[in-house]
Every structure is written in structure tokens, then in C-alpha cells.
Design a protein around this ligand. Structure first.
Ligand code: PAF
Length: 276
């Protein structure tokens, strides 16, 4: 496995392997089994698996969150090597941004709901870094986790609107045995908080049950009381159409629904969703 830090070096590598298909997994490091499953899939479906590790400053609206984001490059590279990843692209912030980008993405209503509402500017930063990475790596397929459902919608929009020649592959959320969605942020949870965090998946499943029983969204939201008397600070719990991510009042049996949640626990922001 090669570790490249310079844009010119990875571009050179990609040019020299232009006949090969490239499966790309963009990450911010602090890798866990969820990321590694994306690598496994990229490796299985392509000639080469490329993983980027870059904690992208333009997508953080909270400087403290950026500073606290775990950085574990050495450990990440060992894990990637063990999964037979071919190339790690790990640029510095200065390599990726010689100056703060001036261009802006506007993802319309996706920017005003859920993550867009609570993290202003976040999706602009995601759009900028993912488009730069796509231009650098020129992947055949790019792999993203379903856990970041709104990010997937934003990237699909970008790929469509800008005619990127890349297939976006969305992979299931990987969970711990308590149901907690794997996330790099879980590393910041205490043992007690880790145990309590399983309530997120419980509440999603409870909401799913009520939704399938045709209860309306307002009353489901009221009944999601798993968070009362707990250490959670709920940011949002939304019941949406799977494709548009717009809030729905009631289940439409002809369309898939998504239940989406964001909550703070122990000062750590956790997101999750289920689609059915
Ligand atoms: O999902 C993430 O880890 C990041 O948002 C991504 C896609 C790597 C862009 O920085």
C-alpha cells in the first residue's frame, strides 16, 4: 500500500493506471469497521481501492469540533493495509487549500433542513472537498455510508448537476452489537455514554413501528420519549420521504420513508437513520 501526500503524486499514479477501474472511499480518518467495509467493497468491485484521509476544515462550522476531531493516521494506515487498500491519499490542509475557497455550492432545500439547518455551510464544504477529490482521484465508483443520508443526497445532486463520470455507491450503516451506528465520533464517548447511545437506534425502531402503523408524524415525534430523563440533547428527529428527504405527515405505502435523528450525548454529536 502506498501513502501519498501530494496531489501531483496521486494524479501521476492515476494517470499511470488509466486503464484500471478505481474504487474511491473518501474519509476523514479515525477509521472504523464501517469505513473498512467500504474499502472491502471498493476493492472487490474495482482494480484499485483508493482511500483519502483528510479532516476537511471547510465543512466544520464549529472550530472546537474541528480541533477535537480524532486524528489517527498511523493506525488508520495499518487498518487499510490489512484490508489490502492500494493507495492512501493523506494531504495536509495546505496541500488541499492553498487559500480558503471562494466558490460556493448551493444545494437548495437540502441546506435548510436537518444537517443543513443545524450546520450552516457544512454541505458547501462537503461539496467543495468531494468535488476536489473526485477531480484529483478520478474514481470509477465512489463509496459512501448510508449513515450520512443527507450527505449522500448532496453528493448525488452534485454528481448529477456537474455531470461527474462517477457511480455513487451507497452502503448500509454498520452497527455495533448494541445497534449503535459506527462513527469516528464514538471514540469520544465515555463507557457510560457508549452504553446509553444504543437508545438512538431503539428510538428509530420504535418510530418505525409507529410509522408502519400509520401513526402521524407529529404524534410519533411526541411519543419518542426514549430521550426523556437521559443525557441526550435531541437536535432533530424527522420522518421524511427517502428520496427528497422532505418531512412527511404520514406513511406513503408506495414510497420508502426515512427516520433521521441527530442528538448530542456527552457533548458528542451523533447522527443516525433508518430507511424502509
Ligand atoms: O463523510 C465524511 O467523512 C466526509 O464528509 C467526507 C465525505 C470524507 C468529506 O470530507
Amino acid at each position: 500500500m502506498e501513502i501519498l501526500e501530494k496531489i501531483a503524486d496521486i494524479q501521476h499514479f492515476i494517470k499511470n493506471n488509466s486503464k484500471k477501474t478505481v474504487g474511491f472511499v473518501p474519509t476523514m480518518g479515525a477509521l472504523h469497521e464501517g469505513h473498512l467495509r467500504l474499502i472491502d467493497r471498493a476493492k472487490k468491485e474495482n482494480d484499485l481501492a483508493v482511500c483519502s484521509i483528510f479532516v476537511n476544515p471547510t465543512q466544520f462550522n464549529n472550530p472546537e469540533d474541528l480541533a477535537k476531531y480524532p486524528r489517527t493516521l498511523e493506525q488508520d494506515c495499518e487498518m487499510l493495509d490489512a484490508r489490502k487498500c492500494d493507495i492512501v491519499f493523506a494531504p495536509s490542509p495546505a496541500e488541499m487549500y492553498s487559500e480558503w475557497p471562494k466558490m460556493r455550492f448551493d444545494f437548495g432545500n437540502l441546506e435548510t433542513i436537518m444537517e443543513g439547518k443545524f450546520r450552516p455551510g457544512h454541505f458547501n464544504g462537503v461539496g467543495i472537498v468531494v468535488s476536489k477529490l473526485f477531480n484529483i482521484v478520478k474514481p470509477t465508483k465512489a463509496y459512501f455510508g448510508q449513515k450520512d443520508i443527507q450527505q449522500v443526497a448532496v453528493i448525488n445532486r452534485m454528481v448529477k448537476d456537474l455531470s461527474y463520470d462517477v457511480e455513487v455507491v451507497v452502503c448500509d450503516t454498520i452497527r455495533t452489537n448494541t445497534g449503535l451506528a459506527m462513527s469516528s465520533r464514538n471514540k469520544r464517548l465515555s463507557d457510560n455514554a457508549l452504553a446509553e447511545a444504543s437508545k438512538i437506534y431503539e428510538s428509530l425502531n420504535f418510530g418505525k413501528k409507529l410509522h408502519l402503523e400509520h401513526e402521524n408524524s407529529e404524534s410519533i415525534k411526541k411519543e419518542i420519549n426514549l430521550f426523556s430523563n437521559s443525557n441526550f440533547t435531541l437536535e432533530y428527529f424527522e420522518i421524511t420521504d427517502f428520496e427528497t428527504l422532505e418531512a412527511i405527515e404520514q406513511r406513503n405505502p408506495h414510497r420508502k420513508s426515512a427516520l433521521i435523528i441527530a442528538s448530542f450525548l456527552d457533548g458528542v454529536r451523533l447522527i443516525d437513520n433508518i430507511v424502509f
